[in-house]
Design a protein around this ligand. Structure first.
Ligand SMILES: Nc1ncnc2c1ncn2[C@@H]1O[C@H](COP(=O)(O)OP(=O)(O)OP(=O)(O)O)[C@@H](O)[C@H]1O
Ligand SMILES: [Mg+2]
Length: 349
């Protein structure tokens, strides 16, 4: 059966992480007009539902920046595997919705799938090669330790003090041979506050005790001061910093990279009347509209595809794109002429 149901458990638990690994979206079949005409209304409804679910989730494109993060991450895991101390890590930073979480989770997925391929099935059951946690807002060291415990499925009951939790987590992660630890939302660590500084120390302690590679991701980490001051400099000394930037459109190379992204997403559409190449021809307009953000582009195309299935047009046109309301930052960066066209398109609709 073709199903594209997203994982129901959060990614920050080992069960959620496993369903993310096993969840390869099934691309809906495109039926010929004859087959469609012969379908009864229920079958057509099911077909629409499958395509709605598919576009809501959509596809992940291996962008140049994602490939770079994957390559550096893999290189660090191999280097660190043979280090007893002073292991090096990676920080992925950048503005909102540029794909930081996608990049680090895809790095983790690729790593775990490589481990699975290398490891005989019987040895796989007791391995947790990748751990993914997020730093909660206003985190304390205990909250971080509990995040690790939650991912691993360990119950950190109230009577356990933080040292007990950390010891149990480290023991379990070493038994299960965790070798890649992904820590997302690190901008929630405020080094200027006492508890924020303690959280940074706790993460450093985990990194020293565990024979694993640590990869952090967070919003503008330099701007929020995560790499300054004594603790910040300690982090900066151990971690390579990779900034995800919006796609540019100034040089030929940049325009080609953006057009390739638009093309990959356009080819993944499953709409019955869409003319291939329409979106690639609108690449410059889409760049203006999304301010080069992959998050805004993905949202724009998913929203337009869903509208096209619901209203039966089954294609994405410039007017349909202009009628989609984007996030605040992309809309604010939008040239006034485009904004006017959008209003006109909305008025006509
Ligand atoms: N390589 C990609 N291919 C397709 N879509 C992508 C890709 N990277 C990101 N996206 C889409 O962009 C949106 C934002 O991505 P993501 O959550 O990874 O960004 P982020 O930088 O972690 O955002 P935040 O700052 O909110 O944490 C998501 O909808 C995601 O599906
Ligand atoms: Mg994120």
């Amino acid at each position: 059966m073709t199903r594209t149901t997203p994982p129901t458990r959060p990614l920050t638990t080992k069960e959620g992480w496993q369903s993310f690994l096993d969840n390869t979206p099934v691309i809906p079949t495109m039926h010929s007009p004859d087959v469609l005409a012969a379908m009864d209304p229920d079958a057509r409804g099911d077909d629409d539902e499958r395509r709605l679910a598919y576009h809501a989730q959509f596809v992940t494109v291996a962008t140049p920046q994602m490939r770079k993060i994957a390559a550096i991450g893999q290189q660090l895991v191999v280097l660190n595997r043979h280090q007893t101390s002073a292991r090096r890590g990676l920080i992925v930073t950048g503005a909102a919705t540029l794909g930081k979480t996608t990049a680090i989770t895809q790095l983790g997925k690729a790593h775990e799938l490589r481990v699975r391929r290398r490891t005989p099935e019987t040895a796989q059951s007791n391995r947790i090669p990748v751990v993914y946690i997020t730093v909660p807002p206003a985190a304390t060291p205990r909250m971080i330790a509990v995040e690790f415990a939650r991912f691993l499925g360990m119950h950190a009951h109230r009577a356990m003090n933080i040292t007990d939790i950390i010891n149990s987590v480290c023991q379990l992660m070493s038994d299960t041979r965790s070798e890649l630890v992904l820590v997302d939302e690190i901008h929630n660590i405020n080094l200027a506050s006492r508890s924020g500084a303690d959280v940074a120390d706790t993460l450093k302690y985990f990194a020293e005790r565990l024979p694993a590679t640590f990869v952090y991701a967070g919003l503008d980490v330099e701007r929020v001061g995560l790499l300054s001051g004594t603790r910040g400099r300690q982090i900066a000394g151990r971690f390579a910093l990779l900034e995800i930037t919006p796609f540019g459109h100034g040089s030929d190379e940049q325009r080609n990279a953006w057009a390739a992204l638009v093309a990959a997403l356009e080819q993944s559409l499953r709409l019955r009347n869409h003319t291939p190449g329409t979106l690639v021809n609108l690449a410059a307009h889409l760049h203006d509209r999304c301010a080069g953000s992959i998050g805004s582009l993905s949202h724009l195309l998913r929203a337009a595809a869903i509208d096209a299935i619901i209203d039966g047009t089954e294609k994405i046109t410039r007017a349909a794109l202009d009628a989609v309301l984007l996030d605040r930052s992309a809309e604010a960066a939008r040239p006034p002429a485009t904004a006017k066209r959008r209003k006109k398109a909305a008025d006509v609709a």
